[in-house]
Design a protein around this ligand. Structure first.
Ligand code: CA
Length: 232
C-alpha cells in the first residue's frame, strides 16, 4: 500500500512541487496550509510522515511539532522540517523538540525524496534496545559505550564516540559539518565546523589502518563526511 505524506506548507508553488514529485514516486499526498489544522488532519487521517514548513499561518511549525510530540499517539510519526536559510536557530530547536530531519529551502526534490524514504525506512525498523553495530572489523556497542577494532578496545572520548556512532548508524549518508554539529554536538555553540575535522582526525588516528586512506570515516570533498560502506 502506498505511503501517505502530509504536507504542511502555505506556499502554493512549494506544495505543487512537492506533491508532483512525491506522487510521481508513488506516495499519496495530503496537504494543509494552516498550522492550526495539522492536528485535526492527523487525527482524521493518520499519515506515515509529515513534511512541515516552519513559517505558517495559524500556528508556526515549531509549535506544531511540539504539539505532535506531546501526544504519545504521534510520538513516532516522522517529521521532516522545511527550513529557510537564516532559520538555523529554529532548525536546532526543531531537532531538539523532536523533528527527525530537515531540508533547507530551496531544496532539490531528489534530496527531499531521499530523506523521506530514509525516514520511512527508519520508522519501519522494530523498536529494540540499541544494539551494537558491526562494520567490517569495527564494533560499536552503544549500551556499553565501547568500541573495538579487530577485537581490541579503542579508547574514545565521549564526543568522539558520539560522532563515530552517529556516522556509523547512517552508513553511506553524507553529512555536512554543520549537520554533524547539529546532530552530535547539539546545543554546544562553542564549536565551529572546523572542530568536526579535528574530531574526525582523532577518530581516524584511532580506528583507521591508514589515516590518509580512511576505510571507515570518509571525506566527501566539498560536502562533509560519510561512513564508508565499501567493506560491506
Ligand atoms: Ca511557509
Amino acid at each position: 500500500m502506498s505511503r501517505k505524506i502530509l504536507i504542511v506548507e502555505d506556499e502554493r508553488d512549494v506544495v505543487k512541487l512537492l506533491r508532483y514529485n512525491l506522487e510521481k514516486e508513488g506516495f499519496r499526498v495530503n496537504h494543509v496550509s494552516d498550522g492550526a489544522l495539522v492536528l485535526p488532519e492527523v487525527r482524521r487521517d493518520m499519515p506515515d510522515l509529515v513534511i512541515l514548513d516552519l513559517m505558517l499561518p495559524g500556528m508556526d511549525g515549531l509549535e506544531v511539532c511540539r504539539q505532535l510530540r506531546r501526544n504519545d499517539k504521534y510520538a513516532g510519526l516522522p517529521v521532516l522540517m522545511l527550513t529557510a536559510r537564516g532559520e538555523e536557530a529554529d532548525r536546532v530547536v526543531g531537532l531538539e523538540i523532536g523533528a527527525d530531519d530537515y531540508v533547507t529551502k530551496p531544496f532539490s526534490t531528489r534530496e527531499l525524496v531521499a530523506r523521506v524514504r530514509a525516514l520511512l525506512r527508519r520508522k519501519d525498523l522494530p523498536d529494540r534496545p540499541p544494539s551494537s553495530l558491526h562494520r567490517g572489523q569495527l564494533m560499536i556497542d552503544p549500551t556499553a559505550h565501547r568500541v573495538t577494532m579487530e577485537g581490541q578496545t579503542v579508547e574514545l572520548s565521549a564526543l568522539e564516540f558520539r560522532l563515530l556512532h552517529f556516522l556509523a548508524s547512517h552508513p553511506g549518508m553524507v553529512f555536512s559539518r554543520d549537520q554533524l554539529l547539529d546532530r552530535v554536538w547539539g546545543n554546544d555553540r562553542s564549536v565551529t565546523p572546523r572542530s568536526v575535522d579535528v574530531y574526525v582526525r582523532r577518530i581516524r588516528g584511532k580506528i583507521e589502518k591508514e589515516s590518509d586512506q580512511p576505510a571507515y570515516v570518509e571525506t566527501v570533498h566539498g560536502v562533509g563526511y560519510r561512513f564508508g560502506t565499501a567493506g560491506e
